[in-house]
Design a protein around this ligand. Structure first.
Ligand SMILES: [Fe+2]
Length: 229
């Protein structure tokens, strides 16, 4: 299997394309053009499309891929499916403001929604693709529909958690510090040492599940306030 990463220059979100024998899995089609171009230039066929969460910078290319490959299987959490159909919950309605404060003043961003997805899951869920197991674990906090995606137990697509050099964002529409602390932090603290993390923004890395790592997660509010001071 080979992995390609397509990073959107504006939002810096990562789209992961995993190819095997001409078929591919697309995780977080972040843009309507770049993932499509990579896939068509290589002559690949998207067979599976997955989302880590409902934010627009992780699914802006979803309907473009579905239009081009209508037979591709799309699998998302039920809450994520609701979010992608809502301009507020998918953040596209406030993306111009968000980008303004992220160093992109004057940037134009049209609000949009995606069509509903037919195959949705609740709770902990697994599927198999070409012998690879994908397991989805609900991780609310950043958004209510956020999940972490394991591939074969040694790779973890973390969505907008575990972002290198960035604090987790919990104050956008649907965000919840309580859910993050109650559900997601304990889960992230138990990730196995040495797992390969593929974050939604920033470079892939190997997780070292040390005392310091667990402490930082547990005391995220103190980390948060430290960074603001
Ligand atoms: Fe996000």
């Amino acid at each position: 299997m080979q992995m390609r990463i397509s990073t959107d220059p504006l939002t810096e979100s990562n789209c992961y394309i995993l190819e095997e024998s001409g078929g591919c899995v697309v995780i977080d089609p972040n843009d309507s053009q770049a993932p499509l171009r990579i896939i068509t230039e290589n002559g690949w066929t998207p067979e599976l499309i997955l989302l880590t969460h409902e934010h627009c910078d992780h699914m802006a290319g979803l309907d473009t891929l579905r239009d081009r490959w209508p037979e591709a299987r799309v699998v998302v959490s039920r809450v994520c499916n609701e979010g992608i159909q809502n301009k507020r919950l998918n953040m596209s309605m406030i993306m111009e403001v968000y980008l303004y404060f992220s160093g992109h003043p004057g940037c134009h961003y049209d609000p949009f929604v995606c069509r509903p997805v037919e195959e949705c899951y609740d709770g902990d869920f697994s599927i198999t693709w070409r012998g690879h197991r994908f397991r989805f674990v609900p991780l609310p906090g950043h958004t209510p529909g956020s999940v972490g995606i394991f591939m074969d137990d040694n790779v973890f697509f973390s969505g907008d958690y575990l972002l290198p050099d960035r604090e987790v964002v919990l104050r956008l529409p649907g965000g919840s510090e309580e859910d993050y602390a109650r559900v997601t932090v304990p889960f992230l603290q138990r990730l196995p040492d040495g797992i390969q993390v593929r974050p939604g923004h920033g470079a892939p890395f190997t997780l070292h599940n040390t005392e310091e790592y667990r402490w930082e997660l547990e005391h995220f509010e103190r980390v948060d306030s430290r960074q603001k001071n």
